[in-house]
Design a binder for this molecule. Structure first.
Ligand SMILES: Cc1cc2nc3c(=O)[nH]c(=O)nc-3n(C[C@H](O)[C@H](O)[C@H](O)COP(=O)(O)O)c2cc1C
Length: 196
């Protein structure tokens, strides 16, 4: 699988870091080749939240470099995710404003009917955001809010981050064991005290 990872300027760089760490260590085993693009604010927020330069064995493209192969539909890329995805970036993608490489690559994914997963991080949402989310979904994107879950009983922020990244990897079709999966309650524990 050839995958584009876009990192935009929303809070949530740890999600991107965890995904990139996973792809560095286990991606090859899954046949994944990744390309990476940071928006200017994406890089800024990464430095604020991670505190160290991103160092990965993937090509890192400049966000104004439209000569990247995945800026063209003729290049055989399979999927893209934007993580974290700012509300501004999601809106630009939803309305086809290919003003930067992240936006153009996402535009290509949509027009070529390829997989595009947008890990939106913004709260609260305005009607503008809600309409852009609808437009993005209608165009074929998966909008996956970066909203961690607690039912796997994460013990620290790392495991909380994994609850988002695991589901993101699921959407990209990449098997992973980053979080404990829900297996249901046992029938006995399901019984309410008054029914026992
Ligand atoms: C520290 C910091 C945190 C931010 N967090 C968010 C956020 O969580 N969600 C969001 O939509 N925008 C957030 N922003 C604002 C975006 O970075 C801004 O709208 C920017 O234009 C997004 O551009 P990009 O998508 O090209 O990175 C944040 C900005 C900074 C500096």
């Amino acid at each position: 699988m050839k995958l584009v990872v876009g990192v935009s300027g929303a809070s949530g760089a740890p999600y991107a870091k965890r995904l990139l760490d996973f792809l560095s260590s286990e991606g090859a085993a899954h046949g994944v080749e990744a390309d990476l693009v940071f928006t200017a604010t994406g890089k800024q927020v990464w430095m604020q939240e991670i505190g160290a330069e991103p160092r990965y064995p993937f090509p890192i493209w400049k966000n104004h470099d439209f000569t990247a192969p995945f800026a063209s539909g003729s290049a055989p890329y399979d999927a893209m995710c934007v993580v974290p995805c700012s509300a501004g970036q999601l809106s630009r993608i939803a309305y086809g404003l290919s003003v930067d490489l992240v936006g153009r690559a996402a535009d290509v994914m949509l027009k070529e009917k390829r997989r595009l997963v947008l890990c939106l991080r913004e709260t609260p949402l305005s009607l503008v955001h809600a309409r852009a989310i609808t437009a993005a979904i209608e165009a074929g994107a998966v909008v996956m809010p970066a909203s961690p879950s607690f039912y796997s009983q994460p013990r620290d922020t790392g495991e909380l981050v994994d609850t988002v990244v695991s589901r993101l990897l699921d959407r990209l079709g990449l098997p992973n064991a980053l979080m404990r999966r829900w297996e249901g309650l046992t029938p006995r524990r399901n019984v309410e005290p008054e029914d026992a």
